[in-house]
Design a protein around this ligand. Structure first.
Ligand code: NAD
Length: 263
């Protein structure tokens, strides 16, 4: 299937590793011109070079923290200057810390609001007016399966990703008339650096090994395995495509069936 992504300009946030990187690589493979950002300049440059070498696509990169609205603004402007337009934006950030309610300080709540909710707002504020002028655009928010079924112990994630989902759904209404689609995608247990770290932390608390934690998670998934980042990226690339032009305002999980609800 030709996704019609050739020469589209795509921003993927927080993409030096994990899901963001996999999405950037998939879009580049489909012929998009890709711009990525993350905090660590060395790792980001290496990722940009690797994606560029493996796909032959032009990959622009700039080191920044997605909680810095000025840097996000400058990044989007730089992407436009480099590629002439912005067609696609995939928002992403690192996950907020996993803590029980009474262990989270007010300052940690504020930081999590910046990381998870406001970083999405900062990108949306920059890219949507540009897409509106073009009368075409794709905004994809990466959240978590926790927006459909909260995960015990992930208070900050459960609360703030729900806010991102509400934001995305409302933007889909407001910007639909400009042929801009806004969709939310929810990763399930996917084998990235972050998942390894979460497993190690849990393993430490329970006196278990990383592999034992992985086995415990696999047992919760009807497919009986963890996802590869590329399986997640495939859905995002489709939602970014011309082919997905009538899919708008949805929240779709790539979770192997982990969420038990009907809808
Ligand atoms: P990861 O930790 O492997 O990668 C996160 C990326 O974000 C890295 O490139 C990192 O450099 C970048 N980053 C982090 N904070 C940033 C900031 N403030 N500014 C700029 N860049 C920043 O994580 P991942 O597994 O790829 O997950 C991506 C998102 O999806 C996270 O929010 C995570 O919580 C969520 N998620 C992941 C899974 C999973 O199983 N992997 C499941 C559900 C939700």
């Amino acid at each position: 299937m030709d996704l019609g992504l050739r020469n589209k300009v795509a921003i993927v946030a927080a993409a030096s590793q994990g899901l963001g990187r996999a999405v950037a690589a998939e879009l580049a493979r489909e012929g998009a011109r890709v711009a990525i950002c993350a905090r660590n300049a060395d790792r980001l440059r290496k990722t940009a070079e690797e994606i560029s070498q493996s796909t032959g696509s032009d990959v622009f990169h700039q080191a920044l923290d997605v909680t810095d609205s000025t840097r996000v603004q400058q990044f989007v402007a730089a992407v436009e200057q480099r590629f002439g337009r912005v067609d696609i934006c995939v928002t992403n950030a690192g996950g907020p810390p996993a803590k029980a309610f009474l262990d989270i300080s007010v300052e940690e709540w504020r930081r999590a609001v910046e990381l998870t909710l406001m970083s999405t707002v900062y990108f949306a504020r920059e890219v949507l007016p540009r897409m509106q002028r073009q009368r075409w655009g794709r905004l994809i928010t990466i959240t978590s399966m926790s927006v459909k079924q909260p995960i015990d112990g992930l208070l900050l994630s459960n609360s703030l990703r729900a806010a991102v989902t509400g934001l995305a759904r409302t933007l889909a209404n407001e910007f639909g008339p400009y042929q801009i689609t806004v969709n939310n995608v929810c990763p399930g247990y996917t084998l990235t650096e972050r998942l390894g770290e979460l497993a190690d932390r849990m393993a430490g608390q329970l006196g278990a090994s990383r592999e034992q934690i992985f086995e415990r998670w696999k047992a919760q998934v009807p497919l009986g395995r963890l996802a590869q980042p590329e399986e997640f990226a495939a859905l995002v690339a489709f939602l970014c495509s011309e082919r997905a032009g009538y899919i708008n305002g949805t929240t779709i999980a790539v979770d192997g069936g982990w969420i038990r609800s009907l809808l």
